[in-house]
Design a protein around this ligand. Structure first.
Ligand code: NDP
Ligand code: N5H
Length: 257
């Protein structure tokens, strides 16, 4: 069994810049010969994404807008993919958002609006996208999303995002059960802390990374490449028996008390 993805097409959602985990996944898929479609949320990062995609030197790559808070944008995005590509074989969902003021202090301080916003973008979007993508995965498929340990345990400051990741992880299991009969698998990668744009502004990210270097079984922090390679496994037939799973790519940190 090979890891070649020649002849397969994947939608990568959530590249903001070259540090994005989504970009690590895209590079792994590209190296395996896959065709890629990229989606971005707002015009804010449109040029950045287009510039990065140009470095792949693949003129079959598409770049489309898809703000996951808008049903009509999800619909239009997948309609365009259907028209231009037809069949797809997988989705990398690398999307999350919460208001900055709800990512510090006590979880309890979140308000209704902030709670719903975090859940809308970070959890519900997986279900919305899976529904839209199902129609295009006529040859079976694999959906991969990204989560963090703070969805399983209380991690300081992760707060409403932890509650949203718990919902995302439960969604992975319910979607895996719904979509298994169509040959579509749904899994999550629980990544260790990686310095990305989302992680920017997080107070004391350095000390979080230092703790991983000192205590994690592998004594090093997680890289985009490590997450990309596990995603490649989940997108390939090597993982054909795996669905509804949360795989930790975190140097083993999650096993510690
Ligand atoms: P990035 O900041 O690079 O990526 C976050 C992405 O979320 C951006 O591309 C952003 O798109 C997208 N996004 C936000 N709102 C929307 C929306 N309404 N519609 C569509 N896309 C949206 O950070 P990461 O690579 O770190 O994050 C990717 C995933 O990895 C997230 O789910 C995160 O929770 C998870 N993760 C990250 C870890 C880390 O340490 N970095 C650890 C564990 C999990 P745009 O730029 O176009 O606004
Ligand atoms: C325990 C921690 C540290 C504290 C919590 C961090 C949570 C981060 C996740 C969310 C996605 C960050 C976020 O929404 C930031 C926004 O409020 C502001 N940033 C932006 O708008 C930028 C420009 C855009 C690109 O970001 C997004 N998301 O659209 C967790 C860390 C140790 C690990 C970590 C960083 C986890 C994670 O889920 O990302």
């Amino acid at each position: 069994m090979q890891l070649s993805l020649h002849g397969k097409t994947y939608v990568v959602m959530g590249v903001a810049n070259k540090r994005s985990i989504a970009w690590g996944i895209a590079r792994a898929l590209h190296a395996a010969g896959a065709r890629l479609i990229f989606t971005y949320a707002g015009e804010r990062f449109e040029n950045e994404v287009k510039k990065l995609v140009a470095t792949l030197e693949d003129d079959t790559a598409l770049v489309l807008p898809c703000d996951v808070t808008k049903d009509e944008e999800i619909e239009a995005c997948f309609a365009q993919i259907k028209e231009q590509v037809g069949v797809i074989h997988g989705i990398a969902h690398c999307i999350a958002f919460a208001n900055k003021e709800h990512l510090e202090g006590e979880y309890m301080n979140v308000d209704r609006e902030g709670f719903l916003l975090a859940h809308n973008i970070s959890a519900y979007s997986l279900t919305a996208v899976a529904k839209a993508a199902k129609e295009l995965m006529t040859e079976g498929g694999s959906i991969v999303t990204l989560t963090y340990l703070g969805g399983e345990r209380v991690v300081q400051n992760y707060n409403v995002m932890g509650v949203a990741k718990a919902s995302l992880e439960a969604s992975v299991k319910y979607l895996a059960n719904d979509l298994g009969k169509y040959g579509i698998r749904v899994n999550a990668i629980s990544a260790g802390p990686i310095r990305t744009l989302s992680a920017k502004g997080v107070g004391d990210f350095n000390s979080i990374l230092k703790e991983i270097e000192e205590r994690a079984p592998l004594r090093r922090t997680t890289t985009q490449e490590e997450v990309g390679d596990t995603a490649l496994f989940l997108f390939s037939d090597l993982s054909r028996g795996v669905t509804g799973e949360i795989i930790h790519v975190d140097s083993g940190y999650h096993i510690l008390a």
